[in-house]
Design a protein around this ligand. Structure first.
Ligand SMILES: [Zn+2]
Length: 275
């Protein structure tokens, strides 16, 4: 390994992979910022929609209550009119000249009486409806106020995150641009394509426990060796991600050495010599 000749091409591949991995790091950080912010705009939008819908519904309730009140007022006037008519017929009863007139008048009086009963019943129904609607309205107003408070909170949270991360994101984008410029266009395009098709946004990964760090499929020893040689760009045969030697990526991988827990029983302590 020490006798490995470092040719210009070796160096070039190494540099390519290094650049690509650095770019991946920056892009992953941008992805993280987006995820952090990602749910909040949606939550804010949901709340705004809910508030709009609720406001509309409450406005409808208000309109209905107003309509019912006007209706009740109208029915009261109708009752007054019916009552006035009844009184008039009652007076006319004193001057009836024959049975037919008497029958007609009593029928009219009876009819107006029924009419008044019906109007009163309808007023009662409308009043009950107003009560129910008023309850709904009050409950809705309570919910609306809560949602508005939620919205204010989420909005300020979002504003804070955006303002906090904006500068960081811009810096990361600047750095990414510089790195991208140093990467061969064909490789960059391939990398971007892999990144886009992968759920975690990783286009280049290192070997982790003998497996691909992207899809976690085992990598054959020969391929691992090739990756360590850094002589050509090697992709994972399962997921197509570009592979990089962890050392080149600057990642420290602890060897899975099994550390046996120290057994410090009192008995051993006694028998063991201190040194
Ligand atoms: Zn893979």
């Amino acid at each position: 390994m020490a006798s490995k000749k470092e040719t210009a091409t070796d160096n070039a591949v190494e540099q390519k992979l290094k650049n690509l991995y650095q770019l991946q790091t920056k892009l992953s950080e941008i992805d993280k910022i987006k995820t952090l912010r990602g749910e909040l705009p949606l939550e804010v939008q949901d709340l705004e929609d809910e508030i709009e819908g609720l406001t509309h519904r409450l406005h409808k309730y208000e309109e209905e209550i107003e309509r019912l009140k006007a209706d009740i007022e109208k029915k009261h006037t109708d009752i007054d009119e019916a009552q006035a008519m009844m009184n008039r017929y009652q007076q006319q009863l004193d001057d009836v000249r024959n049975n037919r007139e008497y029958d007609n008048l009593t029928k009219e009086i009876e009819f107006q009486g029924l009419e008044i009963e019906l109007l009163k019943k309808k007023i009662g129904e409308a009043e009950r409806l107003i009560n129910a609607k008023t309850n709904d309205l009050e409950r809705g107003r309570g919910v609306l106020e809560e949602r508005r408070k939620d919205l204010d909170l989420k909005k300020s949270e979002l504003d804070e995150i955006v303002s906090e991360t904006k500068a960081e994101e811009e810096k990361l984008r600047e750095k990414s641009k510089v790195l991208e410029a140093a990467i061969e266009p064909r490789l960059l395009t391939a990398f971007k394509r892999i990144r886009k098709s992968s759920r975690n946004g990783l286009g280049i990964v290192y070997v982790q426990r003998d497996a691909c760090g992207g899809c976690f499929n085992k990598i054959p020893p020969q391929r691992q060796l090739d990756i360590r040689m850094r002589k050509k760009v090697i992709v994972c045969e399962y997921c197509g991600r570009i592979m990089i030697d962890p050392e080149l990526a600057g990642v420290k991988i602890e060897k899975p050495v099994e550390e046996k827990p120290k057994r410090r029983t009192t008995r051993r302590k006694k028998t063991e010599e201190e040194d």
